[in-house]
Write a protein that binds this ligand. Structure first.
Ligand SMILES: [Fe+2]
Length: 232
């Protein structure tokens, strides 16, 4: 067998929300929000829009999709889990022809996402950063590669009414808008809610087979060495 294996993994989810959310009313309600200037585009003054009653259905869907993304792609330790996520910030962005969004990450957030509201190919300009592994004794230091959504999925579907969900530590940017249609999107951040970590840590006796560096007050190994945190 001759085969090239690739162990690099940075899953990014693209999902159509047309059947989950009333996207037309989201679009209408977003158009009524006040915009202020951002670094290279405009952004809503409202940074918690999913708490507004008119965006309640959207907020619930974005939270559920974010949690499901984490569970599907990143929860690979069977002793660790999380009870829930919550949306901590949510806002809309508007970029007109020539405007762009600089390279950034979303600090103090676990999973972030973008929802595309406009019917434009410029949705596909969302671009992600990934590190290139250096070749020993050839290339040193950190080099980065950039992949637009268009590079990744082509341009047959412009992703109107879709979300793109990623880890908040993933660098991303939007190349300058080319078309005459303003590119309107919703962005959101999330954080843990409830128990996170070894959420079954009270059932220590079930985990004695796992190596541990602490003992309980009877001298027994209590199981996994990490506990959990609880977020309100
Ligand atoms: Fe962003």
């Amino acid at each position: 067998m001759d085969q090239a294996l690739n162990i690099a993994q940075l899953p990014i989810l693209v999902k159509d929300l047309s059947d989950t959310v009333d996207c037309d009313s989201v679009r209408k309600n977003v158009s009524e929000l006040e915009l202020i200037e951002n670094i290279k585009n405009s952004i809503t003054e409202e940074k918690d829009m999913c708490k507004m009653p008119e965006f309640a259905q959207l907020g619930e869907a974005l939270k559920n999709e974010s949690a499901q993304y984490l569970r599907n792609f990143w929860m690979d330790d069977p002793t660790h889990s999380f009870e829930d996520l919550q949306i901590t910030e949510s806002w809309a962005n508007q970029s007109v022809k020539g405007e762009e969004h600089h390279l950034h990450q979303h600090p103090f957030s676990v999973v972030s996402g973008v929802m595309f509201l406009s019917d434009t190919q410029d949705n596909l300009n969302l671009t992600f950063e990934n590190e290139i592994t250096p070749v020993p004794y050839w290339r040193t230091g950190t080099r980065r590669a950039y992949y637009s959504i268009k590079d990744l999925i082509g341009d047959e579907n412009n992703l109107k009414n879709h979300v793109v969900i990623f880890l908040s530590t993933t660098g991303h940017m939007v190349q300058p808008v080319q078309g005459d249609t303003p590119r309107v999107t919703i962005s959101w951040n999330t954080f843990w809610k409830g128990k996170v970590g070894n959420i079954n840590a009270n059932g220590w006796s079930n985990h004695r087979f796992i190596d541990a560096d602490v003992v309980d007050n009877k001298g027994n190994y209590p199981g996994p060495r990490t506990g959990y945190a609880v977020f309100k």
